[in-house]
Design a protein around this ligand. Structure first.
Ligand code: HEM
Length: 182
């Protein structure tokens, strides 16, 4: 084999190996939203000093927790969360922690994290009061728009870059038909 052929073969091999996992239709590498948000880089968890957390998960958890506050203060959205807000009024934060974890897991998996799993209800059951009594009533398109607005506010409060907020919005939009049930 000539030197030129050998180099050409090696280049072909290298190309083949680089076209892995996150390819788009043209075989180009696409960075996941999770990775753009910081991905698997380990950083100290500011709420749990001494413990490390993936930067992508920390970013998403911060957005989730801010969003829950935005929802609680929103007279259009808070009635949907009546059971949770009732518990919080009684000083019981157990289910708030469960919701924060489930939402964070959901966002991690949905944005392309590989080290976490979502174990909550699917989006249709989670938003059907007959299946999930913690959902006080069915939501409409307008309620969905309000919810996305709350996530955008939560993300803005955490300085998530505008183009990534746009990507989060597009991701949420794919779930509208499961969540909206009236
Ligand atoms: C794409 C948008 C949405 C996503 C990704 C989402 C995600 C989730 C997830 C992961 C859960 C937890 C399910 C479980 O614990 O098994 C949940 C619960 C819930 N969601 Fe949504 N949701 C969305 C939109 C909405 C909207 C539009 C409303 C109402 C206006 C809503 C109200 C609720 C309520 C009330 C619960 C139960 C909270 C609790 O456990 O106390 N969600 N959602």
């Amino acid at each position: 084999m000539t030197k030129f052929k050998l180099i050409a073969l090696l280049m072909l091999f290298a190309l083949g190996f680089s076209a892995c996992d996150n390819d788009d239709d043209d075989g180009m590498q696409v960075e996941s939203l999770y990775s753009k948000l910081g991905g698997t880089t380990m950083v100290e968890d500011p709420t749990d000093p001494g413990n490390m957390i993936e930067q992508g998960r920390l970013g998403l958890r911060s957005v989730v927790d801010s969003t829950i506050f935005v929802i609680a203060a929103d007279p259009d959205l808070s009635p949907f969360f009546a059971p949770l807000l009732m518990e919080l009024g009684n000083g019981n934060t157990n289910n708030l922690a469960v919701l924060s974890k489930n939402l964070t897991d959901f966002f991690c998996v949905a944005t392309g994290a590989e080290n976490f799993a979502y174990n909550g209800l699917n989006m249709r059951d989670a938003h059907d009061p007959a299946q999930n009594p913690r959902m006080a009533m069915k939501s409409s398109d307008q309620d969905f728009d309000n919810f996305v607005g709350a996530v955008v506010t939560g993300a803005t409060q955490n300085n998530v870059p505008t183009e990534l907020i746009q990507e989060v919005g597009e991701l949420l939009e794919t779930l509208r038909s499961d969540v909206v049930q009236q």
